[in-house]
Write a protein that binds this ligand. Structure first.
Ligand SMILES: [Fe+2]
Length: 690
């Protein structure tokens, strides 16, 4: 472990120089100081872990508060093994990150923070990673997408309650959060449930669950304009509100979190410092700073070769049009480079010999997706799925067709100008990160190489063959790797050709559960499966079925492939997903299901060529995935709960279903297998291909 420097907002010390101070006696948190956002721990190493809190000084005008952090072997703090000073500064919104070293490997600890008047934070629990040569299995919960105003965070309560019941060797070691920890926009009302009912979403204390104001915009009424974070204080305010939630706060206090961001920590569908509202380098930097303040992570002291990761350092940036794109679609505009350069979060984390987590930043270095804004609806979501060939052509930019890109691309029988003829090929990772990822995969001696990704690698082909110009695998969700097919093929081919085995991708983003394998080339007639992927649903952001069905209301033919009227056929809910069937079995199967409610009749229409790599699609609930990495294989349990819009009570939300898969370890020359391993609860409607 490299020596820790004194870093922003934190006195850190090497273990050998850490001074043990006689155990300070805490008082309950009342009076001058409070810890309203709780505590958190992150990124455990065998001998160290990052500890976090935010203190709220009562007195205005205070610029810093000297806290003490205590780490103990027991929850009563009778066996305090470490106590050290941590400075909370106004310049970081009184948040602190403390790299606490000198711990024993593979054991749990309790920690808390003490204010100068000895008032104490709540107690958190964390655990260190096993030693580098240990073979201990790793169990993680994969979480993502928690829009405060779209639901309660009660999926975390399910996770906490289940974990209390779990056998010792099955307990959660880490929460891997793959992004959308906050959403930059608020106050979307009215909120409508999956079943079409208007919801008055409230917190447990009865208060409206809404971001009613942001510092730069002031309060607006519940039906007023949409609030969008525009400043550092706005982003901070969102984290502060989200972290008041008791389910999220309890989860952060119970498990170490390992976090990456997706787009909404900055802005919807973000890439570099691009923002559809105009140049936004300052906003990108502000969102980076707020993430640094509120999401603890081992960055600057994590010695990853080639990773410029460091602690946050603000830069002087102006909002300037993005220009000067290099061959990797990186804008060399100095303010863009400075803004994205303020914080680098891609990094790796080892769990003994069992697993290496490769944590990816899928936003800061990516270029625009392979569907241009000139394609109808291309800026965000095309009106309907578009041909994979169109995306591939635009993604390849000036390198398409061997460097001779076509003048036009065809869509729906029309020829549209190919606006990417002179553009670089699109990259999702950017050159530096791609080099780091490929080198890390190649060098890793861990049993499991775990790519933690903000967006899915798998292709989601939509069967549009009922249109005379459509195909079995038109693309819709091009903000994920489906919008960057060239680099996906490059990365997957590299893994396959290098003989890198036992690789798994964990991801989220789609507000639905999916399990499948990722091919080296989805357009090949004989693709190789390269790795297995588990994409977990959202903690509470609108379930995919709801979002997709809202988006297709104006196109009845598509809407009928997304949803069906469950009340007609005696299904448990009024709106049920045809979308599972569309993705797993094709358009005719989905249409037949919607018309007849007869799954067997629908299966008669199934088309094998539709997403042959996809095994499981579960689009109407929310939840998380628990994934266990052991020597002989990986097991995954997808936990689905209903849309969390009603308080579940102390027993936590009811589980709709638990669906299990296993991936046995494989050797060079073999391909990954993805085995269905059973389920409990209500079967996902045509959601399994087994
Ligand atoms: Fe999301």
């Amino acid at each position: 472990m490299a020596a820790f420097a004194r870093t922003a907002g934190c006195f850190a010390a090497m273990a050998s120089t850490t001074t043990l101070v006689g155990c300070s006696r805490p008082r309950p948190a009342s009076g001058q100081f409070g810890f309203p956002q709780g505590v958190a721990s992150a990124d455990p190493l065998p001998d160290a872990v990052v500890l976090w809190t935010r203190v709220e000084p009562e007195a205005a005008g205070t610029d810093s508060v000297e806290l003490r952090v205590q780490v103990a072997r027991d929850s009563e703090f009778s066996d305090v093994i470490l106590e050290q000073a941590v400075l909370a500064e106004r310049s970081f919104d009184f948040t602190v990150r403390c790299f606490t070293a000198g711990l024993e490997s593979d054991r749990s600890y309790h920690y808390r923070f003490l204010a100068p008047d000895s008032s104490a934070s709540r107690v958190g629990r964390t655990r260190t990673a096993p030693s580098e040569d240990a073979d201990r299995p790793l169990t993680v919960a994969v979480c993502s997408c928690q829009h405060y105003e779209e639901g309660l965070f009660s999926a975390y309560r399910r996770l906490l309650l289940d974990d209390e019941q779990a056998a010792d060797d099955r307990r959660i070691d880490l929460v891997v959060h793959v992004g959308d920890f906050i959403y930059e926009a608020g106050n979307r009302r009215p909120l409508v449930s999956l079943d079409g009912e208007e919801i008055d979403l409230r917190n447990a204390d009865g208060s409206p669950r809404i971001v009613a104001a942001l510092p730069s915009r002031g309060p607006v009424g519940p039906m007023g304009e949409q609030l969008v974070a525009e400043s550092l204080d706005d982003y901070r305010e969102l984290y502060k509100i989200y972290l008041l939630d008791p389910d999220l706060q309890d989860a952060r206090a119970a498990f170490p979190f390992v976090c990456i961001w997706d787009d909404h920590e900055f802005h919807n569908d973000a890439w570099q410092s691009y923002h559809p509202g105009g140049p936004s380098q300052r906003r990108k930097m502000d969102s980076n700073q707020a993430w640094f303040e509120y999401i603890p992570a081992a960055l600057g002291s994590n010695p990853v070769p080639g990773n410029p990761a460091r602690d946050f350092s603000p830069a002087e940036v102006s909002d300037v049009e993005l220009e000067g794109f290099d061959d990797n679609y990186l804008s060399r505009e100095p303010n863009n480079l400075a803004a994205i350069g303020t914080l680098s979060i891609y990094r790796s984390l080892r769990w003994g010999r069992m697993a290496e987590l490769l944590l990816v930043d899928g936003r800061s270095y990516r270029g625009p997706r392979g569907v241009d804004a000139s394609i109808p609806g291309g800026e965000f979501l095309t009106r309907e799925p578009v041909p994979a060939a169109l995306v591939a052509t635009q993604n390849a930019g000036r390198t398409a067709n061997g460097g001779n890109p076509p003048e036009t691309v065809s869509l729906g029988g029309e020829e549209l100008p190919n606006s990417r003829r002179d553009s670089p090929a699109g990259s999702l990772l950017g050159a530096g990160q791609k080099q780091w990822l490929t080198e890390s995969l190649q060098a890793s001696e861990s049993r499991w190489k775990v790519i933690c990704n903000d967006v899915p690698l798998m292709r989601f082909g939509f069967d549009m063959s009922f249109r005379d110009y459509g195909s079995h695998d038109d693309l819709w969700w091009t903000d994920a790797w489906d919008g960057y097919p060239l680099e996906r093929r490059e990365l997957m081919t590299f893994i396959a050709n290098e003989g890198i085995t036992n690789t798994v991708s964990l991801t989220g983003d789609r507000h639905a559960h999916f399990a499948g394998v990722v091919f080296d080339d989805f357009d090949s007639d004989s693709p190789r499966a390269v790795l297995a992927e588990f994409a977990g649903s959202s903690i509470c952001s609108g379930p995919r079925l709801k979002n997709q069905s809202n988006g297709t209301q104006a196109v009845p033919r598509l809407n009928g492939l997304v949803r069906l009227d469950g009340s007609r056929f005696g299904y448990p809910r009024a709106i049920m997903p045809a979308l599972n069937a569309w993705l797993l079995f094709g358009a005719e199967a989905a249409a037949t299901l919607g018309e007849t409610g007869d799954e067997q009749a629908a299966m008669q229409q199934a088309v094998d060529a539709v997403n042959p790599h996809l095994r499981y699609a579960d689009t109407d609930g929310v939840g998380y995935v628990v994934v266990r990495f052991a020597d002989d294989g990986v097991s995954a349990e997808f936990v689905t709960v209903g849309e969390p819009i009603v308080h579940p009570g102390s027993d936590g939300p009811a589980v709709w279903r638990r669906v299990r898969f296993a991936v046995p370890a494989w050797s060079a020359g073999e391909e990954p297998g993805l085995e269905y391993a059973g389920m409990e609860g209500e079967t996902p409607l045509m959601g399994l291909k087994v």
